[in-house]
Design a protein around this ligand. Sequence first.
Ligand code: SF4
Ligand code: SF4
Length: 108
Amino acid sequence: MIDFGFGLSRSSAVRLDEVDLTLYRKLEAIEPGVRICMSCGSCSSTCTAGPWTGMSVRKVILALQRGQDVAPMLKGCMLCGKCSMVCPRGINTRHLILSLCRLYEEKK
Ligand code: SF4
Ligand code: SF4
């Protein structure tokens, strides 16, 4: 990638060899289903809290794979489980969110 030193908007490029995937790897060990997410967005489109809080399981998974902090987004989840019912890959997204919250608690 060529860096000209300026730009109209902040670059959204992710340098995968530099990101910290510790949290994602820990989640992957507990919830292997996270690997088969295909980012279809069905979970996000059905999310009860999404329109008001910005919660999105799809975004959470993508952000984790980029080593980003998702704790603020998780606060919007009401653990209703609707997202789990629509996932075409059968991922238990509700349980995945719970496991992720526990990992954040352990980090404190
Ligand atoms: S469990 Fe959380 S992420 Fe899933 S639909 Fe309910 S509020 Fe949204
Ligand atoms: S519905 Fe399932 S496969 Fe689709 S983005 Fe959500 S977790 Fe991933």
